[in-house]
Design a protein around this ligand. Structure first.
Ligand code: FE2
Length: 386
């Protein structure tokens, strides 16, 4: 079996790596980038040094700050229009996963036309859009390293997965200093998303030796640092480990896949506007328990990589510890149930058949070690409600 691995052309890691922007711009020989961000990042003052830098380089540039959390097709429109009207030749995306996902989608549609719906999975986006330089400010989605973007179709209330080589950013500047001001809730949600990426990449039917190495390294980094990053926001070592972990998890899942947790998580986000990392976390212990019998040794290896089971523990004991730890993490990071989050039970029940179908149609559940039927998915959705 062969494995095709895709990666950004350039990855700059560590403190101050944002200062490598000039080097990347020179490598690309671009003249007119568009900065894509959101208002929070803009107000934090992260954009001003980039603007000063571009001005010093005598480059023209534009700024688009109207991205939204959990981006939708409509939210992209003004950005696509601006990129085209102002003839931008590249995009500098600085922000969390929603910003980088927005930028990647804008880059494709601005260059190749159509509507983002035209690019929905199973369509494979092979041609590159405008080159994207991705600068993450959260340790979570790993979008700076991936060939995926998730955009909600407002008309159909569906989180569309778009995938392909053309979505891989040209460069990623992975600078943990930008994550230090991340609020507690976002630290927890994005960190749990990253942990889910790494776990799912490792147990996926598409896992390969390259992704196994990245995934296990990511699982270890994230599991040993997430609580500290949450409880001590200024802890540099924890922030550095979390951002490296989420980046490696991004590399792992984009070259393997995500699986049932992500497949079931997207419909929860689309219908009830639960943030992505949070809905993953709500599902993770239950879906892991459901899947373990079909990949016992793989899950036990994850448990050992997390540092909660030892080599002396049997796989069965390691997996018991894994479930306990995933539940404890949710407790310690104050992850609510869907009920506590305020999701209406009657509305939830009514939507379950549609959500189960949307989950399966997304393709991700077919990568899970244990394949689930629509009936089983509905039962699993019921189980995680309270
Ligand atoms: Fe995710």
């Amino acid at each position: 079996m062969t494995s095709n691995i895709v990666l950004p052309r350039i990855v700059c890691l560590g403190k101050g790596s944002i200062n490598q922007l000039n080097y990347v711009l020179e490598t690309l020989a671009v003249k007119n980038p568009m900065i894509v961000t959101d208002k929070v990042i803009y107000d934090l003052g992260y954009i001003k040094p980039i603007e000063n830098n571009l001005t010093n380089q005598k480059l023209s540039y534009g700024i688009y700050t109207d991205t939204i959390p959990e981006p939708t097709d409509t939210s992209l429109e003004a950005g696509i229009k601006q990129a085209r009207l102002d003839n931008h030749d590249s995009i500098i995306a600085i922000g969390g996963g929603s910003v980088i996902d927005s930028a990647k989608a804008i880059a494709i549609v601005a260059k190749h036309g159509g509507h983002i719906r035209d690019y929905k999975f199973p369509y494979s986006i092979e041609k590159s859009g405008l080159p994207v330089i991705a600068i993450p400010t959260t340790a979570g989605t790993g979008s700076e390293a991936t060939k995926a973007t998730v955009i909600t179709d407002e008309k159909h209330n569906e989180k569309m997965l778009c995938m392909g080589l053309g979505l891989v950013p040209f460069a990623a500047l992975v600078d943990y200093e930008l994550t230090i001001s991340l609020p507690k809730r976002a630290t927890a949600d994005s960190g749990l998303d990253a942990l889910t990426h790494a776990l799912e990449a490792y147990v996926s039917r598409k896992a390969n030796p390259f992704t196994d190495a990245q995934a296990l390294a990511a699982i270890s980094l994230i599991a040993k640092n997430l609580r500290t990053a949450y409880n001590e926001p200024n802890n540099i070592e924890a922030r550095e480990s979390m951002l490296l972990g989420s980046h490696l998890a991004g590399i792992a899942f984009t070259n393997s896949s995500v699986a049932l947790v992500h497949g079931m998580s997207r419909p929860i986000g689309a219908h009830f506007h639960v943030p992505h990392g949070l809905s993953n976390a709500m599902l993770l212990p239950t879906i892991t328990e459901f899947s373990i019998p079909f990949a016992q040794h793989r899950y036990a290896t994850c448990s050992r990589a997390m540092g909660i089971a030892t080599n002396q523990d049997s796989d069965e004991i390691a997996n018991d510890k894994l479930i306990k730890e995933l539940k404890a993490l949710n407790h310690d990071l104050n992850v609510p149930t869907l009920k506590d989050y305020g999701v209406n039970k009657i509305e939830y029940e009514t939507l379950l058949p549609l959500m189960a179908k949307q989950a399966i149609d997304s393709g991700s559940p077919s990568n899970n070690p244990r394949l689930a039927t629509v009936v089983e998915l509905v039962e699993l959705y019921r189980k995680v409600y309270e």
